[in-house]
Design a protein around this ligand. Structure first.
Ligand code: BGC
Ligand code: CA
Length: 343
């Protein structure tokens, strides 16, 4: 009798362990109560990106934890081919949702097709698909990001206001803004729209501009910003009156290059990273625009949870979807007057 009891005990334990272990790699898992755990297969296009790795990725983990959802986040190392393979692996593992940060915004259809064939819902985030009609290929694909142009509009308005308030910024007194611009990834909707709309704000205000130089950088990186700014300071020196940066990461590099040369030129970024707030506090940066990565991550998790539970993606949330199935989290101006609110 005693023996039978202990055999039964061991059996129960074995069953319990089997019950809570995952069935296939990191695919769907079942807990002791037999409820299905939702698994999200996710990536970041490049772990080297300040904004994606510093803000969005930790927030994805945080919100997934809070929601009791499992998320596996892999690094696509800025290679679209690598991402394609990672998606195949996630599909093989049987994940419930794919949350994908495209490497190449013009390769969305490849990923959408894979998700569609596997019948797995797909949430794209941060890099919006640029191929015509891509989002219409599949009824279970959505996008979470921003209205790209708004960052440029907000940054541009900030620069125009500051330019008007500081007559001495026009160093050569020709009434024109001689600027350099650090662009970020060519073809990225954020980089393209920010470039266009930040400069357009001067046109709209009737202030003529002269572009001394503009440099794309597929990595949006601090090192790239540093190198480029050092080169520009060497070639244009005092002629540069304004440094427009499409993200804070590149602005940090530009600030560093200026410090090395002992010069200070008005500089603006986008993202509102912690370090940018510190630079604004120190008077080394003139403004930035909050790119609300935390709420973008929250939206990704909210939508994932709903979709995995067979609900409407935005049910019970405060998000709205536009006509191309996108949630767009608003940008906010960050200036020397209000930066402390973002700390
Ligand atoms: C951010 C950049 C980032 C890029 C990556 C943009 O929205 O502002 O900092 O490098 O996304 O895709
Ligand atoms: Ca000038």
């Amino acid at each position: 009798m005693k023996k039978l009891l202990s055999v039964m005990l061991v059996l129960t334990m074995v069953l319990a362990i089997v019950g809570c272990s995952s069935d296939k790699g990191s695919g769907t898992t079942t807990d002791q109560q037999g409820t299905k755990e939702i698994v999200i297969g996710a990536n970041i296009y490049n772990f080297g990106d300040n904004f994606m790795n510093g803000v969005v990725s930790p927030a994805l983990k945080e919100y997934a934890d809070a929601a009791g959802v499992k998320i596996n986040i892999v690094d696509s190392e800025n290679q679209q081919n690598k991402l394609n393979d990672q998606v195949d692996i996630f599909i093989g593992q049987g994940v419930d949702i794919l949350a994908i940060n495209l490497v190449d915004p013009a390769s969305a259809s490849t990923i959408i097709q894979k998700a569609k064939e596997a019948n797995i819902p797909l949430i794209l985030f941060n890099k919006e698909a640029t191929e015509e009609g891509a989002m219409a290929m599949y009824d279970k694909v959505w996008y979470v990001g921003t209205a790209s142009a708004d960052a440029g509009i907000i940054q541009g308005d900030m620069m125009v206001a500051d330019w008007k308030a500081n007559a001495k910024w026009d160093k050569n007194g020709d009434g024109k803004v001689q600027y350099v611009l650090l662009k970020g990834e060519p073809g990225h909707p954020d980089a393209e729209a920010r470039t266009e709309y930040s400069v357009k704000a001067f046109d709209d205000a009737g202030i003529p501009v002269e572009e001394l130089a503009m440099q794309p950088d597929p990595n949006w990186s601090t090192d790239g910003g540093n190198d480029k700014m050092a080169t520009w300071l060497a070639s244009f020196g005092d002629r540069i009156e304004l440094v427009i940066c499409n993200n804070d990461g590149m602005a940090f590099g530009a600030i560093n290059a200026m410090k090395e040369q002992g010069v200070s030129i008005p500089v603006y970024g986008v993202d509102a990273l912690e370090q940018a707030l510190n630079h604004i506090a120190d008077g080394e940066m003139n403004g930035t625009v909050l790119n609300d990565g935390k709420n973008q991550a929250k939206a990704v998790i909210d939508l994932s949870l709903n979709v995995a539970n067979g609900k409407d993606p935005i049910e019970g949330t405060s998000w709205t979807l536009d006509d191309v199935k996108a949630v767009r989290v608003p940008y906010v101006a960050v200036t020397p007057d209000n930066f402390a609110d973002f700390k």
